[in-house]
Design a protein around this ligand. Structure first.
Ligand code: SF4
Length: 326
């Protein structure tokens, strides 16, 4: 059985703004096993990218805990953080802006190896060439600059850099959304092959629901800084339980003219993440909202085995056993 690699508990990240405290990440809890993929979805601004950065230590957490292989990573020293970075990496959305335009392909891939100061320059160069081969970049691009390559090849550099230190966990922050559709499948397949080969665990952050279904073992749905639902990918698409997830999924086009899906239009305004009201963050847009929803934040609970939802009325809405018939 796969070991638990990452344990995130009640993780929060708030930012001070002139208008008040912005609750970007507000009490996220999940586990991720070795070699598995957690898809994290939600509308833009829901906190999913910030969550990835806090887990990696690129942003300081406001509170909460992130255990990697059972060891706390929040509040560790710079030296310990450097050690952790070997095992926890990131692939960015826009490979162009994440690469130094003055560095060649090979130099960009060598950079993390040189920073670790464990190999000579020649060894780093040989390792970079191996990594180019691993991610499908031909040796002839060794001395090319990022602007001379297409988006897919640039993203392959980003992946090679992330793999350089042989990590166990990679946050993939919308890694294909800046790419042409024709190249997206190539990069996804490359990532899946690498995962199998190297037993990588991914946290795959995206707003693209069709991709997340294909790549994920579990999916977590975020809304205004909070998790509203998390379960196995297949189950989420077959039988979503949270009203927000149902609305999100209903917007995906069905590739079958004989099957119709009723689109649920989510009306009402998005709750502000700045000093949000005490109730359910989805209450303004939820067709099932009652008075309690405005005043009391719902608990995030296991409603079905390994299926977690944050909604006061999840049982009533879905006709599940245990519904209160008030
Ligand atoms: Fe809707 Fe209330 Fe459930 Fe929130 S707690 S999702 S407002 S029914």
């Amino acid at each position: 059985m796969a070991e638990t690699l990452l344990q995130v508990r009640d993780l929060k990240k708030y930012f001070k703004t002139p208008g008040g405290m912005l609750h970007a990440v507000d009490g996220i809890t999940f586990d991720l096993e070795e070699g598995k993929t957690l898809g994290v979805v939600g509308e833009s601004g829901c906190g999913k990218s910030t969550l990835g950065r806090v887990i990696l230590g690129l942003l300081d957490a406001t509170s909460g805990s992130v255990l990697f292989e059972g060891k706390e990573t929040i509040g560790v020293s710079k030296h310990q953080r450097k050690d952790l970075r070997k095992n926890m990496q990131i692939i960015f959305q826009d490979p162009f802006s994440s690469l130094d335009p003055r560095k060649t392909v090979c130099e960009a891939i060598m950079e993390p190896l040189l920073l670790q100061k464990k190999l000579s320059k020649e060894e780093c160069h040989a390792e970079a060439l191996k990594l180019m081969d691993t991610v499908g970049l031909a040796k002839r691009f060794e001395n090319s600059y990022p602007h001379e390559l297409d988006g897919g090849r640039r993203q392959r550099i980003g992946i090679a850099r992330a793999l350089a230190l042989k990590p166990k966990f990679i946050v993939c922050d919308e890694p294909i959304s800046a790419l042409d559709v024709s190249i997206q499948a190539q990069i996804i397949n490359l990532m899946l092959d690498l995962q199998e080969e190297m037993e990588l665990a991914y946290m795959f952050v995206t707003h693209d629901l069709s991709v997340v279904k294909y790549i994920s073992d579990d999916i977590m749905v975020m809304y205004v800084g909070c998790t509203v639902e998390k379960c196995a990918a297949e189950e989420l698409f077959q039988a979503p339980l949270h009203p927000y997830t149902k609305g999100l999924l209903s917007a995906i086009p069905v590739p079958n003219i004989h099957r119709e899906r009723k689109r649920i239009v989510m009306q009402g305004e998005l709750t502000t993440p700045i000093d949000p009201a005490p109730g359910c963050r989805f209450a303004n847009r939820c067709p099932y909202a009652k008075e309690r929803c405005q005043n009391e934040m719902p608990c995030y609970e296991e409603v079905l085995p390994a299926h977690f939802v944050a909604c006061h009325y999840v049982r009533e809405v879905n006709g599940l056993a245990g519904a209160a018939h008030a």
